[in-house]
Ligand binder design. Structure first.
Ligand code: HEM
Length: 244
């Protein structure tokens, strides 16, 4: 279990001044990294939520869905060039993804260095299970996003790959059970990742008070279920013939 603030304070008080300084700086940089992780996660969460809501336009028909994709490319015109706003969003997202992954790697290394010898007298604790789930979930989501962009943005991995026709491409995808399966696994991984990420972000940003843990857990779970269900509704609706 991670040392509590009181235990950490006690260690700092006992340590010699130079070591105390080093430990204090290290603790501060860990907190900064966790904040960077939480802020980049919040940017990605905002995008994912907006994307999920936008995807629901598919239930309003082909022209509504395709028009939405067209609108994304023309926001701000003629003040900004075509796709100018979209590229701005893409740049922001890319920075957030890089920061999120780099912080995850650095924080994992730091946690490993802090405990070089594994516990031998205890079964794996819940914390390490969650950390493992986050790591593998993150890898699955990253691989999925690469495939997903090649599939629905670039079109080279799509069975049809019609330019400017996302409705056609989405339908072409989910007429194949194995593509529906790939999306289902990735979206469920995203759901677990969001649930744990949201919950631990409330701790990092200091909102978690004793007694409020259950409430934040319920909010995190509710939000993750909502986003997961919203995303899953599209591939499932196409697969079961409700859309298309
Ligand atoms: C499961 C259902 C999903 C569907 C039906 C879907 C649909 C789409 C479509 C149609 C596009 C192309 C949009 C366009 O070019 O106008 C797109 C792009 C994209 N999607 Fe998804 N998506 C899904 C899930 C996800 C998830 C779970 C993520 C993130 C974890 C994600 C991230 C992205 C990204 C980053 C792009 C590229 C946007 C750009 O052009 O810059 N999508 N998606």
């Amino acid at each position: 279990m991670a040392p509590s603030t009181v235990e950490r304070m006690a260690t700092l008080t006992r340590a010699p001044a130079s070591r105390r300084g080093r430990q204090g700086a290290s603790h501060r940089s860990t907190v900064m990294m966790k904040i960077a992780m939480a802020v980049s996660g919040a940017v990605l969460l905002a995008y994912v939520t907006a994307h999920m809501v936008g995807n629901l336009k598919i239930f309003f028909g082909e022209s509504s869905f395709d028009h939405y994709a067209h609108w994304l490319r023309t926001i701000g015109m003629p003040l900004v060039p075509r796709e100018g706003f979209l590229w701005l969003v893409r740049a922001g997202l890319s920075v957030a993804v890089v920061v999120h992954i780099v912080m995850a790697v650095l924080l994992t290394r730091r946690a490993r260095r802090a405990r070089p010898v594994k516990y031998v007298h205890r079964p794996p604790v819940q914390g390490s299970y969650a950390a493992r789930t986050m790591r593998w979930g993150g890898v699955i989501i990253a691989l999925f996003v690469v495939y997903h962009i090649l599939d629905l943005t670039v079109g080279v991995a799509n069975p049809v790959g019609a330019s400017g026709k996302p409705y056609t491409n989405v339908n072409a995808d989910f007429d194949h059970w194995y593509i529906t399966a790939i999306y289902t696994v990735a979206v469920i991984a995203l759901g677990f990742h969001l649930r744990h990420g949201l919950w631990s972000a409330t701790r990092t940003l200091g909102r978690q008070r004793p007694g409020s843990e259950r409430m934040f857990g319920a909010i995190a779970t509710g939000y993750a279920v909502l986003v997961t269900a919203g995303f899953l509704s599209v591939p499932l609706a196409v697969s079961f013939g409700i859309v298309g």
